[in-house]
Design a protein. Sequence first.
Length: 96
Amino acid sequence: MQGVPSVGPIPQGAWVIVGPPFNSPDHGPYALRLEPSVGTNLFGSSGFLIHGDSMEARGCASRTIRERVRQSGDTVLEAVAEFHTRDQDLPEAASA
């Protein structure tokens, strides 16, 4: 679904968090703007944000998470197809 403009998740690839947080009438307070790195396929979409609050849907980030991201000083985001934690890879996690 990443290839469906304005529908799918953020396309896989490298992203840079740019500028200060801002309040968006459509996406809530404390939104973080994302710019694609060279080589990231946008599939015709644009205007990517890390957002939440007014649009609590799968894939949105809570304000606490957005604040932690901003406070971390990290500015690079790598969007991947799937991410497994070490706990998910343990046999006992699968049977829980």
